[in-house]
Design a protein. Structure first.
Lengths: 363, 152
């Protein structure tokens, strides 16, 4: 138990004043602007938006500045801000098939219509530190080619045409929202995906990696990975029709998984799905692998007892704000708890000593 | 719904979508150059809120909640009775107000002038930015060469 303690106000005020000074760092160095963080640390901004569960690059950049670059602290700030916003409504489901793709690759089809578009990727870089970045300088402009105007079809459409991949039939059920009602198990796939997309990248990555190493292996290929912008559309009651209220950058990963068939399903390919705010490639691949592992029951597979198959385990530990809140609270004053435990241990020791001493006296 | 109102809806959807997605600076510069300050009254003064963005399982299946985005909205009425709604991405109240004013004016005789001086240029600038990105993406498209094995 944690009991409120009085006193220490002065120390707290001074600690926060020092925190502000340390956040600023040496005043000999120019201060970072929100726009600099938004533009030049955009992948950190994307992570804060994805796990903070709020798409707003300026707010995420501000949170990163305030948190001194501690991304979990920044996510915490965004989550806290999010709770102050009135909810205007929910969008219509985004149409990722109409995404304007900056990047689109497939590990399964070399000649997929629309082609393999690498986009601004770290892949194929040598991962050698580039000391040129330590000096300021002009950049050559990125080359351009004839832009694609048509939409880029999803790869899984081609497999679906042949009927050898599990279908994803559309429906219009209202999905549960874990920000509104506490999670209950079994959660079902829509809630699992909501939990995974805002889950800690490191945790989801670790879970996904465990499936690759053999804990509920699901033989995933990246059928398609695409990054780009999609329009967000919402029904506006006062208008009586839907309008676009903005656009968001998303990363989508669809895995194609080997599947021998089960008691209920014929041999076919199955799918895992990842969809994450921003350019968040590692997270969306990891999400797709974990999504697929958690689908064992609906696909009639065996429960191998692997952690990544355990919905309650995965969803209860994926949220880094819940985790950090509980973990870090143990550093706050627990004087009363500890005092009572101290008394108890002293009493037990006294009793133990008394049990030994009379025997010795008798001998 | 008559054919006429459907066309009117489609046109309004298009400009409202443009205004919602427009980068704030781009919109404010074009609006500033238009130099109109119509009198209006608030029906709903600007408020910042969130909209839950949804996706679908496997891109086509059941809806799920992906996360929220910030949106600012307002509604106003001009002296002549035209009602304008602003629904814009982000947290800018001036941007929402401008969007609502334009939405209202687009239903008046000012529409053609606005289309020529604000909506048209806005659409063009946003399309140019999109095309420029698409051109950079196109330059990173992989052209495969298949090695022919000498078997004859």
């Amino acid at each position: 138990m944690y009991v409120a303690v009085k006193g220490g106000e002065k120390a707290i005020d001074n600690a926060h004043a020092w925190l502000a000074e340390e956040r600023r760092g040496s005043t000999d160095v120019a201060e970072l602007s929100i726009a600099q963080i938004r533009e030049q640390l955009s992948l950190a901004v994307n992570r804060v938006m994805a796990e903070g569960s709020l798409f707003d690059p300026d707010l995420a950049a501000l949170a990163i500045k305030q948190a001194r670059g501690d991304l979990i602290e920044a996510i915490f700030l965004i989550r806290a801000y999010r709770t102050t916003l009135p909810r205007f409504g929910s969008s219509n489901p985004v149409k990722t098939s109409e995404m304007t793709c900056d990047r689109r690759i497939s590990a399964t089809f070399k000649d997929a219509p629309g082609g393999q578009v690498l986009g601004p990727t770290f892949d194929y870089t040598h991962r050698l530190l580039d000391f040129k970045l330590a000096a300021e300088g002009e950049l050559p402009a990125a080359p351009k080619a004839h832009p694609r105007e048509e939409v880029t079809p999803h790869i899984t459409e081609f497999l679906q045409g042949e009927g050898i991949i599990q279908d994803e039939p559309p429906c219009d059920d209202i999905p549960g929202d874990l920000t509104r009602e506490p999670m209950e198990f079994p959660a079902g796939r829509p809630l699992r995906l909501q939990s995974l997309t805002r889950g800690d990248e490191g945790f989801v990555l670790g879970m996904a990696y465990s499936t690759q190493r053999g804990y509920a292996r699901n033989h995933a290929f990246v059928g398609e990975l695409r990054i780009g912008k999609v329009a967000v559309e919402m029904d506006i009651p006062e208008l009586g029709f839907a309008i676009e209220i903005g656009e968001v950058e998303l990363t989508e990963c669809e895995t194609v998984n080997q599947f021998k068939g089960s008691k209920t399903e014929p041999p076919q390919f199955t799918r895992g799905y990842g969809l994450v705010f921003g350019q968040s490639e590692r997270k969306s691949i990891a999400m797709a692998l974990v999504d697929r592992a958690l689908r064992w029951e609906e696909l009639g597979e065996d429960n191998l007892g692997a952690p990544a198959q355990d919905e309650e385990f995965v969803l209860s530990h994926a949220d880094n704000i819940q985790a950090t809140g509980f973990l870090e609270h143990i550093k706050l004053p627990h004087y009363v708890d500890f005092q009572s435990e101290l008394e108890l241990v002293r009493k037990l020791r006294r009793e133990a000593e008394e049990r030994i001493t009379p025997k010795e006296a008798a001998e | 719904m008559s054919e006429h109102t459907e066309i009117a809806h489609a046109a309004r959807q298009e400009w409202m979508g443009l205004l919602a997605r427009a980068p704030e600076q781009m919109l404010m510069e074009l609006w500033g150059a238009y130099e109109a300050q119509p009198a209006f009254e608030w029906l709903r003064s600007p408020e910042v809120g969130g909209v839950m963005v949804r996706g679908r399982t496997g891109a086509t299946g059941a809806p799920f909640n992906l996360g929220e985005m910030t949106v600012t909205r307002c509604s106003l009425v001009l002296g002549d009775g035209a009602v304008g709604h602003g629904y814009v991405q982000g947290r800018s109240k001036p941007k929402a107000q401008t969007a609502a004013l334009i939405d209202a004016l687009m239903q008046t005789t000012a529409a053609d002038d606005l289309r020529a001086r604000v909506i048209g240029p806005l659409r063009q600038q946003m399309q140019d930015a999109k095309t420029s990105r698409a051109a950079k993406a196109a330059a990173t498209k992989v052209e495969f060469f298949t090695m022919v094995r000498g078997e004859d």
